[in-house]
Every structure is written in C-alpha cells, then in structure tokens.
Design a protein around this ligand. Structure first.
Ligand SMILES: NC(=O)c1ccc[n+]([C@@H]2O[C@H](COP(=O)([O-])OP(=O)(O)OC[C@H]3O[C@@H](n4cnc5c(N)ncnc54)[C@H](OP(=O)(O)O)[C@@H]3O)[C@@H](O)[C@H]2O)c1
Length: 322
C-alpha cells in the first residue's frame, strides 16, 4: 500500500510517498481502508516536531510513527479477533492528536480509541474534516458556561477551529461577533455570525462592547489587549500559548488576581468531542468548511499550504483507493 513516510522531524520535503507493508490489526484493532484524511495544524506540529513539547508524545529525537496523519474517514476492512464494536464494511472516522499514521491507504486503530461511525448522508471528506478543528473548537466552548444571552467576540472564525466553533456557538444560541478577512465575510455570515468585523479594515480589540467571552482561534491577540472588551467576570481563551507563552500561567493567576479570567484549553477527551460533532452532523446543525482537496501524491503541497496559516476551514487528502 502507499503511505506518506518520513524518518525525521522537518519540513514537508522529508515526506515521500512510498510502498510499505499493509498494517495487520491486533486482536483489539480494526484495519481501515482510508478514503479521506486531512492535513491540519496538528499534523504540521507533528511533522516539524514544534513546539518542542509535542515530542514528549510523538518521539523525542525521531518520530515514533513514520507516517503522518491524525484523522481519517474510511471503511472497516478487517477486524481483530476480539473486536465487538465494529464490523467489516462499517463507515468510520476518528482522530488522535498524537498521530495515527492515517496519511496512508490503510491504517489500524484499537476499537477503544477515538473512532466512531459516520452518520448517514455525510461523505468521507466531510467526516474527516469534522475531526481535528471540531475537537479543539468543542474544547473552547466547553471551558465556559454559555447562556443564550451570552455575547462572544470570536477572532479567526475562518480556520478549522474557528469555522467549527462558530457553528457550535450558534447551536447554543449565543450572540457572536466574528472576525474574517474581506473575502470570507459571506462565509462566516453563512455560518451564523451575528455581526462581522473585517479584520483588514478594523481592529477587533478596540470593540469595547462588553463581551462575556473573547475567543481567539488563531492566537493573534493577547489577554492584555482583549481585557477591556470583557465584562466583569468575562473569560478570554486563545488557541495559542501567547507571544511569551504566558497564557497557561495567566490561566493560573487571573482567577486569583482579576475579575476577568484567562482559561487555557487542554483538549484531552477526543471521544466526547467526536460524539458531540457526530450528533450535530446527524441533526444537520454542523457542516465542515472544506477549502482544498489534494491527492496523497501531493501531500507536501498540502502541508505547505496549511503551514502558511491561510487555509479556510480544512484541507482534505482524498485517497485514490478503489
Ligand atoms: N492548542 C492546540 O492544541 C492547537 C491545535 C491545533 C491548532 N492550534 C492553533 O490554532 C490556530 C488555528 O488553527 P486552524 O487550523 O483553525 O486555522 P489556521 O490554519 O491557523 O487559520 C487559518 C485562518 O485564520 C485566519 N487568520 C489569519 N490571520 C488572522 C488574523 N490576524 N485575524 C483573524 N483571522 C486570521 C486566516 O485568514 P486569512 O485568509 O485572512 O489569512 C485563515 O482563514 C493555529 O494558530 C494553530 O497553531 C492549536
């Protein structure tokens, strides 16, 4: 079978498409014929091995897994002798932020890992694009208590995290002011933004409108700049550590020192995120945004594009696997 293979951390040039052995499922594993996967920001972190802390989980000096890929959608093609949750032929999808070697025609995963069935009417491309960004998005919004009258400022509503989080916030009935560049204003309006700030024309950190929550899904702001936007008791959450890696420390200090707090999302429970997203997909309340689709052979181009920070929503790799 074909897989994207590398033996060291570094830029996409270290990745090549090679013929490798088909993985054999252990007794508690299923083998999935991958139909679609994404290249996402977590994959970039794992490919480059940056930030360095990621290597505690993915291999200190060399990567533990030679193939990249953290999410997948495909068909169960073989099962181990003890598998009870899945059958051959099931349409499944899943995600693991430590890596799954899913940039390959086939992969194996234990049945008790984050894997679930794809709702009817959802394509493989849509399913895999509902994994990584949606997981982090869910872990933004579950860090706060949203009320129907909550007011949210959302910076960066066009990334994989942002486009999912915006839809999740609207699912909860929240009033959302969201930022996008000029070309994506229609997109975020179609995802439900109540008010839009064109970040190329206006600085959202000057919008002192009394927000309950400020979410920054692209990590371009700081708590210091956003604090004046928040009401007393308001919460700031960013997807990044901050320019001086201060956000985790502020999350510890601000509850003691300030009436406005920082929370830092530590997204651990992937099965819970998948279940939430699956429910919304089934109800037609969530549709992932897909920007570009590449074949596996062009995965280096996909990595370069995603690494540029300019994708809108998700970048899908479609397998030619039939
Ligand atoms: N904490 C974690 O575990 C974790 C995991 C995954 C990702 N992340 C981080 O989360 C962030 C978001 O990742 P993602 O995959 O959703 O998206 P992404 O690829 O980083 O973001 C792309 C989108 O962000 C928009 N954007 C760029 N600069 C902006 C700005 N100054 N203001 C508003 N929007 C801006 C871009 O719009 P344009 O078209 O205008 O450029 C593009 O649509 C990244 O910084 C990533 O490193 C964190």
């Amino acid at each position: 079978m074909k897989a994207a293979v590398r033996t060291q951390y570094d830029p996409p040039e270290v990745l090549s498409i090679r013929e490798v052995d088909m993985p054999e499922p252990e007794s508690n594993e299923v083998r999935v014929k991958v139909q679609a996967t994404t290249v996402n920001r977590t994959d970039c972190g794992i490919l480059w091995g940056k930030p360095a802390i990621i290597r505690l989980f993915t291999g200190l000096s060399v990567p533990n897994l030679t193939s990249t890929g953290t999410d997948f959608a495909g068909e169960v093609e073989a099962i181990g002798t003890e598998v009870i949750r899945f059958q051959v032929g099931d349409r499944v999808w899943g995600f693991d932020d430590n890596g799954l070697a899913s940039h390959a025609q086939y992969m194996t995963i234990a049945e008790d890992k984050p894997i679930t069935t794809i709702p009817e009417g959802i394509s493989y491309e849509q399913a895999t694009a509902s994994a990584e960004g949606a997981h982090y998005a869910y872990n933004f919004i579950n860090k706060v208590k949203l009320q129907p009258d909550s007011k949210v400022m959302f910076n960066g509503a066009t990334g994989a995290i942002g486009s999912a989080a915006l839809q999740f916030l609207k699912y909860h009935g929240t009033y959302v002011t969201a930022t996008a560049n000029t070309k994506n204003i229609n997109l975020i309006q179609s995802l439900g933004a109540d008010r839009v700030i064109d970040y190329e024309q206006e600085d959202f950190t000057l919008d002192y409108d009394g927000y309950d929550f400020v979410f920054d899904a692209v990590g371009k702001s700081t708590f210091g700049k956003c604090k004046p936007l928040l009401k007393s008791g308001g919460v700031y959450i960013s997807s990044e550590l901050g320019p001086g890696a201060q956000n985790p420390f502020l999350a510890l200090a601000t509850p003691l020192l300030s009436d406005k707090k920082v929370r830092f999302p530590v997204p651990l429970n992937v099965p819970r995120s998948l279940e939430f997203t699956r429910k919304l997909l089934r109800e037609g309340k969530f549709r992932p945004v897909i920007d570009r689709t590449y074949p596996l052979e062009e995965i280096c181009k996909a990595f370069e594009y995603v690494h540029s920070g300019q994708k809108t929503g998700n970048v899908v790799i479609k397998m030619n696997n039939n």
